[in-house]
Design a protein around this ligand. Structure first.
Ligand SMILES: [Zn+2]
Length: 87
């Protein structure tokens, strides 16, 4: 393995170890909004049922090739909104 490869891998590892900013890209936001629109029809919990919100929890799993995001509704419903095509 060439030195430049080793340095590049070390830089990738350093970037991974220091990455703690999690967010949804546009495709993931669109995926969530589409799921929300469909899920909200049958969900047993309404937005007004919680005084300060908290109906949806966004669970990010930090992986070496991208961040996986599983959205969980307080009713137990969940949707993987990860943009795997972007990885
Ligand atoms: Zn729900």
């Amino acid at each position: 393995m060439a030195d430049s490869d080793t340095a590049r891998i070390a830089k990738l590892e350093e970037g991974f170890e220091n990455h703690f900013a999690f967010s949804l890209n546009e495709a993931e936001q669109a995926e969530f909004k589409a799921w929300y629109a469909e899920h909200d029809i049958t969900c047993s919990i309404r937005d007004g049922h919680t005084a300060i919100g908290g109906r949806f929890t966004f669970c990010f799993t930090k992986m070496t090739i991208g961040d996986k995001c599983l959205v969980k509704c307080a009713c137990g419903g969940e949707k993987d909104v990860s943009d795997y095509g972007h990885w």
